[in-house]
Design a protein around this ligand. Structure first.
Ligand SMILES: Nc1nc2c(ncn2[C@@H]2O[C@H](COP(=O)(O)OP(=O)(O)OP(=O)(O)O)[C@@H](O)[C@H]2O)c(=O)[nH]1
Ligand SMILES: [Mg+2]
Length: 432
């Protein structure tokens, strides 16, 4: 990962190349007044990492300060023409913007640059497309890609077709790119239906799991923080771990025996700053798993130049999926390579957090212990009043929790139950 300086670790071709010719990329980041040079640098470094992971090599970069955004070209025609001379000299195939471009801006810029122009969203979608392997994962990525491409269909004319096969054009949705809008819309509807069905099946499976009374632990964190490594260290899961962004796209669930009983720990897609909205939407059924867990195991890379920024980005996504209020255990990882002073500052700042090295297996006993405690703390006793016409709610409470008391009053069933905060949440309406 980037270490704060300008140097970027080069991923080797075999790590990222999926048989696709690597493109030469030029990175552009436009920043506004409030952003410091340091923040700008971190941001473009991360864009470089994303671009490399997507299979293109950054050959140059430009950070532009602008307070006014040009609706037609984002950076202004004059600025674009100046940059075009540089990108042509560097013989790049694709210009990658750190900022979100509107379809019109993207089209106009492609004309000026005479090559493909993509934004950060397209790069992230591309990585997801390359990394998804499960059926659901591929459908989700395809849905996100189609929603992103639909308004961008025009303008990918003959001039661009020779560039097919680069960022933003690969993946499960590839063959659909050239088809007309209506067919894409039909496909989107079909995918939405299929995913809704998959979501339904998953919910049913989770219900079944809840009734087994295992604690549901969700691993969350910034991409490359070490979530999969920690899962492996805790459970011998054998999940793929790589020094790559978004190596995990498909969720994995593993069983972990705690002193207090079994836990089910799930590893899923990592987060990143400005995670494309299309992806959050498309991955809703995957992300739901996070919001329905009993406790979040939030893994933070302590060796990152700005761990606090990562934490903030993760919290932003958690808020978007309604998981921010869940009990959260922050684990600062990679302490074997992070400066000791940084680690102690971080753990002091975040009450109740732990420091571990998933790779070396240090600090894991404490993680297990905390999860055991979290589990106990997480079960609550609550009272419900359910009108007789809602018999299904009473049945649900019997299924999802332990019923301690039940009485049949004049107009409603009164219940007192013990259950996990997360599984009782859906009954809030009847809680007193
Ligand atoms: N030095 C060090 N490296 C670690 C540690 N934990 C994980 N790593 C490395 O960090 C990289 C990312 O680890 P992963 O476990 O794949 O990270 P992740 O959070 O699952 O990442 P994504 O699935 O891509 O979002 C790998 O190269 C790991 O070997 C650690 O404790 N110390
Ligand atoms: Mg992973």
């Amino acid at each position: 990962m980037t270490t704060g300086g300008r140097q970027r670790r080069r991923l080797t071709a075999t790590e990222t190349d999926l048989g696709v010719v690597r493109q030469r990329a030029y990175l552009v980041s436009v920043i506004a007044g409030g952003i410091t040079d340091h923040e700008a640098e971190l941001s473009i470094d991360e864009l470089g990492q994303l671009t490399l992971t997507a299979g293109s090599d950054p050959e140059g970069e430009a950070v532009l300060r602008r307070d006014r955004i040009d609706p037609a070209t984002f950076i202004g025609k004059g600025q674009a023409q100046r940059l075009q001379r540089e990108t042509t000299a560097a013989d790049v195939d694709v210009v990658v913007f750190d900022n979100a471009l509107s379809p019109i801006q993207q089209r106009n810029l492609q004309e000026i640059f005479g090559c493909d122009v993509v934004d950060r969203t397209a790069v992230i979608l591309d990585i997801f497309a390359q990394h998804a392997t499960s059926k659901a994962g591929m459908l989700q990525v395809e849905l996100a890609q189609l929603r992103y491409r639909l308004p961008r269909l025009r303008g990918r004319g003959i001039a661009m077709s020779r560039l097919a096969g680069g960022i933003g054009t690969r993946g499960p949705g590839e063959t659909k790119l050239e088809t007309d809008r209506r067919r894409i819309s039909t496909r989107i509807t079909k995918l939405e239906k299929e995913l809704a069905h998959i979501g339904q099946v998953r919910r049913t499976q989770r219900k079944a799991r809840t009734s087994t009374d295992a604690t549901a632990v969700a691993l969350v964190g910034y991409t490359n923080a070490g979530k999969s490594t920690l899962l492996n260290a805790l459970t011998d899961a054998g999940t793929l771990t790589e020094d790559q962004l978004f190596s995990t796209v498909d969720p994995t669930v593993r069983r972990l025996e705690l002193a207090s009983g079994p836990a089910l720990i799930s590893d899923t897609v990592g987060f990143v700053r400005n995670l494309p909205h299309e992806l959050v939407e498309a991955f809703r059924s995957t992300l739901e798993q996070i919001s329905e867990s009993d406790v979040l195991l939030h893994v933070v890379d302590a060796s990152d130049p700005e761990p606090e920024r990562q934490i903030a980005a993760v919290h932003e996504v958690l808020a978007e999926i309604g998981a921010l209020g869940l009990p959260e255990l922050i684990v600062f990882n990679k302490i074997d390579i992070a400066p000791e002073a940084v680690v102690s500052r971080l753990t002091a700042l975040h009450e109740g957090s732990l420091a571990v090295s998933a790779r070396q297996g240090t600090g894991l006993d404490l993680v297990r212990q905390r999860l055991t405690e979290a589990r106990r703390a997480d079960h609550i006793v609550a009272a419900f009043v359910v009108p007789y016409e809602h018999g299904e709610i009473v049945a649900g409470l019997h299924r999802d929790s332990e019923v301690l008391e039940e009485s049949f009053e004049e107009e409603a069933t009164h219940l007192k139950v013990r259950g996990a905060v997360a599984s009782l949440r859906s009954y809030d309406e009847y809680r007193i």
